[in-house]
Write a protein of this length. Structure first.
Length: 454
C-alpha cells in the first residue's frame, strides 16, 4: 500500500515537474525573443591613480554594435590618456564608469550609454548617448519616426520655446541664438528623447543650448501641444473631464448652396456686448467666431463658455494684443501658447485658428504659431465710428458670399450694428462660423496661407 502511494505521488510530482519545465522553457523563450542583448562586456580596472568600470551590451545589430564599440573605445582612450599623463598619485583617484540601460519605447528599443568620468575638479563629467532601433528590422531610427511627415520644424519651434521657458522659469541667463541653433530641426539635436505618460522629454547635451556649465538640459513638451506633430499612436491624450458641454454641431446640409457670411469678433470676450450678441444670435439662426484675447478669458470665463456651448467658434487673438512683428520668436510663441492654454483650461479645446493683432502676420509667424491664419476682407472700422447705423450700412454694402467681417465685441455699437445687419441680410445670407464656412466651401486649409475670405 505504502509503495503504491509513494509511486502515485511520484507520478504527480513528475507531471508537476514536466509542467514546470515547459513553463520555464516558455518563459526563457519569451525572454530570449525580447532580449536583443547577445552578451555583455565587462571591464574593471583598479590602478594606483585611476579606477575604471565599463559595462556595455553587444546587441544583435552589427552596425549599432560597431558604433557603440567605437564610442566606448573613444571614451576609454580619452580617459586613459588623461590618467596616464597624471604622474602624481592624488588622493582622489580618477574614475571612469560606463553603464547602460535598455528600455522599450512603443515598438522600438532604446539603448542609453551613460558615461561618467572624473578627471579632477569637483564633479564627474556626465555624457549620454542613446541609440534607438527597430528590433524587427534591426534598423536604427530617430525622432522623426515618431513624427507626422514634415513636422520636424514645428517640433523644433516647440523645443525652442520650451527651452527658453526652462531658462526663464529657473531664472537663468540664456542666449536665444544659441538655443535656436541647438534646437534647430536636425536629428543630431534630438538624439535623446523619451515619451512619458503625458509629455515628450528632450534632453540636450551640455554645450548644446548653453554653456557647458549649464550641464545637460532636460525639457518636457506636454503632449496636448504635440497633437498633429507627433503621430497619434504615440500620444495618449485623455480629454479632461469638464462641466462644459460639447456644442451641438449644426446640420450644414440645410445651408448648402446658400450665400454665406462669417461675422468675426475680436478683442473680447466682454460682459455686456458679448452677451447681448449671444442673446440675439438664435433669432437669425446665426453662429459667429470670436477671436479672443488670452488675457481676458479668465475674467470673462462664463461668457466664453456660453459662447462656446452655443456652437460659436473660439479662435485666438493672442494673449496681450501685441504687434507680433516687434517680438522675439520666444515672445511670439508665448503670446500664442499662453492663449491656447488659457482657452483649453476653460473649454477643453485648443483653438487652431489665429487672428494676429492688426492682421500682422508673415510666413515666419505662421510657422511659429502652427495655427491657421484667419484675417478678413470686410473691415467695418467699428472701433473708429462706434456708430451702429454706420456699421450696419457698411456690412450691408460690403456683404458678399464667403466674406469675413471684422468687428469687436467690446463695443455695444459694434454688436448692435452686427445685429441690425443680420436682421436685414437674413433672407439672403446664412451666418456661419469660420469652421462651418470652410466645411461648406469644401476648402482644405493650409497653415502657410492667410485667409481673407472663402
Ligand atoms: Zn484686435
Amino acid at each position: 500500500m505504502k509503495r503504491s502511494k509513494k509511486l502515485k505521488l511520484t507520478n504527480t510530482a513528475k507531471t508537476i515537474l514536466s509542467m514546470l519545465i515547459i513553463i520555464i522553457v516558455l518563459i526563457a523563450l519569451s525572454f530570449h525573443h525580447k532580449d536583443k542583448i547577445v552578451e555583455e562586456v565587462h571591464e574593471i580596472k583598479e590602478e594606483d591613480n585611476y579606477t575604471l568600470k565599463i559595462d556595455y551590451p553587444v546587441i544583435s545589430n552589427e552596425d549599432i554594435n560597431e558604433e557603440i564599440t567605437k564610442y566606448i573605445t573613444d571614451k576609454k582612450e580619452e580617459f586613459l590618456s588623461i590618467a596616464e599623463k597624471l604622474e602624481e598619485v592624488t588622493q582622489t583617484k580618477l574614475d571612469l564608469s560606463i553603464t547602460y540601460t535598455q528600455t522599450d519605447m512603443f515598438d522600438y528599443e532604446v539603448l542609453n550609454i551613460n558615461v561618467y568620468s572624473y578627471t579632477g575638479g569637483a564633479h564627474y563629467n556626465q555624457e549620454n548617448k542613446s541609440y534607438y532601433f527597430d528590433p524587427k528590422t534591426g534598423k536604427e531610427i530617430d525622432l522623426t519616426a515618431f513624427l507626422e511627415p514634415d513636422k520636424f520644424s514645428e517640433l523644433a519651434n516647440l523645443a525652442y520655446y520650451n527651452t527658453i521657458k526652462y531658462y526663464e522659469d529657473n531664472d537663468l541667463e540664456y542666449d536665444e541664438a544659441w538655443i535656436k541653433e541647438g534646437t534647430s530641426a536636425t536629428t543630431k539635436n534630438y538624439s535623446h528623447f523619451n515619451f512619458t505618460e503625458d509629455s515628450l522629454e528632450l534632453t540636450f547635451d551640455p554645450y548644446q543650448v548653453g554653456p557647458y556649465s549649464d550641464g545637460e538640459i532636460k525639457i518636457s513638451i506636454p503632449q496636448e501641444k504635440l497633437e498633429g506633430i507627433v503621430k497619434e499612436e504615440y500620444l495618449h491624450i485623455e480629454k479632461k473631464e469638464s462641466n462644459v458641454k460639447t456644442p451641438p454641431k449644426r446640420d450644414l446640409s440645410e445651408f448648402a448652396g446658400k450665400r454665406l457670411l462669417a461675422f468675426t469678433f475680436d478683442d473680447g470676450p466682454s460682459d455686456g456686448p458679448t452677451n447681448k450678441l449671444l442673446d440675439n444670435l438664435d433669432k437669425y439662426n446665426a453662429r459667429v467666431t470670436f477671436f479672443v484675447l488670452g488675457s481676458r478669458v479668465n475674467t470673462y470665463r462664463d461668457t466664453l463658455i456660453r459662447a462656446y456651448e452655443m456652437g460659436n467658434q473660439i479662435g485666438s487673438h493672442t494673449y496681450s494684443h501685441l504687434n507680433l512683428y516687434q517680438l522675439s520668436d520666444y515672445d511670439i510663441m508665448k503670446e500664442i501658447n499662453n492663449t491656447n492654454d488659457a482657452i483649453a483650461n476653460i473649454i477643453g479645446i485648443r483653438p487652431d485658428k489665429l487672428r494676429a493683432p492688426y492682421g500682422n502676420t508673415n510666413d515666419h509667424i505662421k510657422e511659429l504659431s502652427n495655427m491657421y491664419s484667419i484675417l478678413w476682407n470686410v473691415d467695418t472700422e467699428d472701433w473708429r465710428y462706434k456708430d451702429a447705423e454706420k456699421i450696419k450700412e457698411y456690412i450691408i454694402t460690403h456683404a458678399r458670399d464667403g466674406a469675413i467681417i471684422l468687428l469687436h465685441d467690446i463695443y455695444s455699437t459694434s454688436v448692435e450694428g452686427a445685429l441690425l445687419a443680420m436682421e436685414e441680410l437674413q433672407d439672403e445670407y446664412v451666418f456661419v462660423t469660420i469652421d462651418e464656412m470652410v466645411e461648406l466651401k469644401g476648402v482644405t486649409l493650409d497653415k502657410k496661407k492667410s485667409y481673407f475670405n472663402f
